[in-house]
Structure formats: structure tokens, C-alpha cells
Design a protein around this ligand. Structure first.
Ligand code: ATP
Length: 225
């Protein structure tokens, strides 16, 4: 481990609405952990998402589904702090809280995991330019969202230009500031599509874990209409 960087290995940070969690999320986290040599992945379900419509189910129910989906993976941990907070969820303040000494401190390598769609939307995020001082960004390819640098918003392309790297060692060597892309198994699954299928009474089997489907059924979430 390079001198000056935390000894525990890079920690993946995976935020999202998870409304509901599905296999696209799970494969992203699993493949990021392997490809980027992350010690663990911390899932952080958003409380009140800042940039989207009110979720269809409660924050507590989204959290419960993430817990069910991740329970049998020892590299996955679930952070309920955003779900229980009485404030909107923004990624930069969340990372600032994680950087406090009580959590990770300033030296540990933190790797924020994003799908290509979320990455391209970064310039709309609250204080997005501060992200690079707080964490590395690891961007997963996602069907329908090309990661061609020429097509990125110009301000994002300019901010990332000198930050791209390609090896896990480069992420481990500094606490923050690099950008890496990785090619995960392409799964055209979205929570939007899962909700649409549930609303029209169609099968969602094999798009998300059976335990999550059972939870959705027993709590009558995303009702048919
Ligand atoms: P919605 O359809 O409601 O917008 P979503 O399926 O995109 O939801 P989110 O909870 O918004 O799910 O996503 C959390 C993170 O996971 C985001 O960074 C998103 O880009 C990424 N992600 C979600 N699904 C996939 C997928 N199939 N492949 C790659 N990345 C994904």
C-alpha cells in the first residue's frame, strides 16, 4: 500500500434510489469490486432524492429491499444514514460526512460507483465539482448510454480530462481524484422498467432477486393499475 493512503483498501460507495434494487445494480457492484479491487462496497440508498420524482415506496421499504438483496454478500455493507436523515440526499455532503474522522477519515481511497447515465448527468448535481476532492469516480457502461468522451457534456469532459486512469493500483494510490470506466456485463434493466412491469401485472422474475420480489408482493408495493 503506498505511503500516505489508508491501509484498508479502496472502499466502493454506491448511492442510488434503488426503487427497487435490481440485478443491474447488483452486477455493477459485484463487477466493480472485482475489476477495481475494492475491499468492500457501501450501498447508500437515498433518502429524499434531490433530482427526481418522489419514489413510489417509502425510503424504509427501499432500504429493506437493498438489505434483502445484499445480505448474503460479505463484501457488501448497507448504510442507512441517508434514509433516516430529515434532509434531501446530495452526494457531495454525503461524501463529506463519510470523510469525517468518525467514518473513513481523509486518507482512505473512496471510489464512487456510477452508471454511465448518472455520470453524464453529473453537471446537474449539487456542488459536483467538489466530488473529485472527495472520491474517485468509477463509471460502468450501461446499455443506451454511450461513454464516448466526445459526447460528454463539455464541462464534465474538461474536468475529467487529466483524471482518467485504467488500473486499480492508481485508485489505491490516492484517496480521491481519478476517473475510471469499466465494462460490466451489459444488462438493460432499469427500476423504471421493473415498476412498469409490476404496474401492468407482468412478470419481473429474473430481473431482481426473488427475496425482493417476495417483499414487493407481501407489502403490496408498485400495485397494478
Ligand atoms: P430509474 O429507472 O428509476 O431511474 P435506475 O434503474 O437507474 O432507476 P438508480 O437507483 O437510479 O436505478 O441507479 C443507481 C445507480 O445504478 C446509478 O448510478 C445508475 O446509473 C446505476 N445503474 C442502474 N441500473 C444499471 C444498469 N442496468 N447498468 C449499469 N448501471 C446501472
Amino acid at each position: 500500500m503506498p505511503e500516505g493512503v489508508g491501509e484498508e483498501g479502496p472502499l466502493g460507495i454506491f448511492g442510488g434510489t434503488f426503487d427497487p434494487v435490481h440485478y443491474g445494480h447488483l452486477r455493477l457492484a459485484e463487477e466493480a469490486a472485482s475489476a477495481l479491487e475494492l475491499a468492500a462496497i457501501r450501498w447508500i440508498p437515498a433518502g429524499q432524492p434531490a433530482l427526481r420524482d418522489t419514489p413510489r415506496v417509502t425510503a424504509g421499504q427501499r432500504l429493506a429491499m437493498v438489505r434483502l438483496a445484499t445480505a448474503d454478500n460479505p463484501r457488501f455493507e448497507v448504510d442507512a444514514s441517508e434514509v433516516t436523515a430529515a434532509r434531501p440526499s446530495y452526494t457531495v455532503p454525503t461524501l463529506e460526512r463519510l470523510r469525517s474522522a468518525a467514518h473513513c477519515g481523509g486518507r482512505r481511497s473512496l471510489v464512487l460507483l456510477l452508471g454511465a447515465d448518472a455520470f453524464a448527468a453529473l453537471p446537474g448535481w449539487h456542488r459536483w465539482q467538489s466530488l473529485f476532492a472527495l472520491a474517485h469516480l468509477a463509471v460502468a457502461h450501461r446499455p443506451g448510454f454511450p461513454l464516448d468522451r466526445a459526447q460528454l457534456p463539455p464541462e464534465l469532459a474538461a474536468s475529467c480530462r487529466d483524471r482518467f486512469c485504467s488500473t486499480p493500483a492508481e485508485l489505491a494510490a490516492a484517496p480521491a481524484g481519478r476517473v475510471v470506466t469499466f465494462a460490466m456485463t451489459q444488462l438493460a434493466i432499469s427500476a423504471t422498467r421493473v415498476r412498469q412491469l409490476l404496474a401492468s401485472g407482468e412478470s419481473v422474475r429474473y430481473l431482481l432477486p426473488d427475496q425482493v420480489i417476495a417483499y414487493i408482493r407481501s407489502h403490496h408495493l408498485y400495485p397494478e393499475h
